[in-house]
Design a protein around this ligand. Structure first.
Ligand SMILES: [Zn+2]
Ligand SMILES: [Zn+2]
Length: 396
């Protein structure tokens, strides 16, 4: 089949499962794949299933001792003592932990390979975006950092500049840390401030290490941010920086825990705004990287009502067959939502009524409002890094 995009999927991805009661239920991936299939989105992409990444692949972004510890905890989950961030409340050990985490890495690396070689224009791995994993430590439901591994693969295979934009509600700390001192990688994280949310980092002043100043970007938003202001943060920080950076590949992380229904964070977005962010970042890839775009999933704990819709939109946008927000959800999918989650399924692919679309986003050029806490967060990010890129903090 001749499609310009691919998407990673296989039933084995649902084996990334921390157990009953953990927020990151694999139901979120199952319901996403089902929705993609029933809306015909999977007919418009090449589906890619992968094996487990080998240790050499993992070791491009993780210490060998840590990989061994993950393996040991998988062999004997009860023995994990929390020393490597495993066996904790956030990252309980489970038998399939090494394999299922390494499979996610293989998926994102394969996406990177297909985009870099030109086999595909866009690639989606909504099972990935596990951005909190550190070189030597699991954190925040993340064991291996597939986003960092994909970027590392690109650099190791000739890419000179890669931009990473992370719109998950949490700071993309693991990816930022992996490339903090590397001027070839621009990381931009738009998140709820560490004052009110895990992992408690991601301040505007953290803007890259020696020799890489301006290559790490943090927009620390206050809680309660709504659609328009959130999109304004992306369009007035991430977009001009990616343009100025002139990357060869754009990697994006689409954690959808910014939604108003998400149980772990405190933002107030709709699925429509998350969809719009994907539309904007897709457009940005065509504008800046000749279309080379790798899109990842991430957080999202409203596993039935939000995650499947947002990542189906993401996949459909990458497939160049976007699903209109007013589309009704398929009856068979609704039935599966009721059965797996016990919740009443959403009836449409968006949340907003027709009269509220499209979402109004005030351009930065229309003025900075110092009384707005969102604008102050945007301005703090712009002031911290724009001068390194020759950009003006007041105007675009
Ligand atoms: Zn998150
Ligand atoms: Zn495209």
């Amino acid at each position: 089949m001749s499609t310009q995009a691919c998407a990673v999927w296989g039933e084995d991805f649902t084996r990334y499962d921390f157990g009953v009661g953990h927020p990151m239920s694999p139901v979120r991936l199952d319901l996403t794949a089902r929705l993609c299939r029933e809306l015909g989105v999977f007919d418009e992409v090449e589906l890619v299933d992968v094996d487990v990444a080998d240790d050499d692949q993992l070791a491009t972004v993780h210490d060998r001792d840590y990989i061994e510890a993950v393996r040991a905890a998988s062999a004997d989950p009860a023995a994990a003592d929390g020393r490597w961030g495993i066996g904790t409340e956030d990252v309980p050990a489970f038998a399939d932990m090494h394999d299922s985490s390494a499979r996610v890495v293989a998926g994102s690396v394969e996406c990177a390979r297909r985009v870099w070689t030109g086999a595909k224009e866009h690639a989606v791995n909504f099972t990935g975006g596990l951005h909190h994993a550190m070189r030597d430590r699991a954190a925040g439901f993340c064991v291996y950092n597939d986003a960092a591994a994909a970027i590392r693969w690109l650099l190791d295979n000739g890419a000179k500049r890669v931009a990473y934009v992370d719109v998950d509600v949490h700071h993309g700390d693991g990816v930022e840390a992996a490339f903090y001192d590397d001027p070839r990688v621009l990381t931009v994280s738009v998140h709820e401030s560490g004052r009110t949310l895990f992992p408690g980092t991601g301040w505007p002043g953290d803007h890259g290490g020696t020799g890489a100043q301006g290559s790490a970007v943090n927009v620390a938003l206050p809680p309660g941010v709504t659609d328009g202001p959130w999109l304004r943060a992306i369009t007035s920080v991430a977009v001009p920086l990616v343009r100025a950076f002139e990357p060869e590949v754009l990697v994006t992380q689409h954690g959808c825990d910014t939604h108003r229904d998400d149980p772990l964070a405190h933002m107030a977005l709709s699925v429509d705004a998350q969809r719009q962010a994907a539309v904007n970042l897709h457009r940005l890839a065509h504008e800046t990287t000749d279309g080379r775009w790798l899109a990842l999933g991430g957080g999202g704990y409203a596993v039935a009502s939000v995650v499947p819709r947002t990542w189906t939109h993401l996949t459909a946008i990458a497939a160049h067959h976007p699903v209109p927000a007013l589309t009704e959800t398929p009856p068979d999918w609704r039935e599966r939502v009721r059965r797996l989650s016990g919740q009443e399924p959403p009836e449409r692919m968006g949340d907003l009524p027709e009269e509220d679309l499209p979402i109004w986003v005030q351009p930065w050029a229309m003025g900075y409002n110092p009384h707005s806490s969102v604008d102050r967060a945007i301005m703090a990010a712009r002031e911290a890094v724009f001068p390194f890129h020759g950009l003006d903090v007041w105007f675009d």
